[in-house]
Design a protein around this ligand. Structure first.
Ligand SMILES: [Zn+2]
Ligand SMILES: [Zn+2]
Length: 77
């Protein structure tokens, strides 16, 4: 889990997978991709209610949040 999370990249990858490999329609593939990206976003978002930034914004993905004005000191999953 060291790769940087890129929603657009993930979205495209899922859409292509379902269209190319599973022969799904473009609409169906897009629906699935949206769900997958949404789920991954949730997983990568800090649950600290004062933070809500992405895991990548935290030093080494679990320590202090680097976003300006954010005082979160620990990524909450
Ligand atoms: Zn934060
Ligand atoms: Zn945080």
């Amino acid at each position: 889990m060291s790769n940087k999370f890129d929603p657009n990249e993930l979205y495209n990858r899922v859409v292509h997978y379902y269209i190319d490999k599973k022969k799904y329609s473009k609409e169906k593939a897009n629906q699935i991709a949206q769900r997958v990206v949404q789920r991954e976003k949730t997983r990568h978002t800090c649950k600290n209610e004062n933070c809500g930034h992405l895991m990548e914004d935290h030093i080494r993905t679990k320590e202090t949040c680097m976003v300006l004005d954010c005082d979160c000191r620990q990524f909450v999953s």
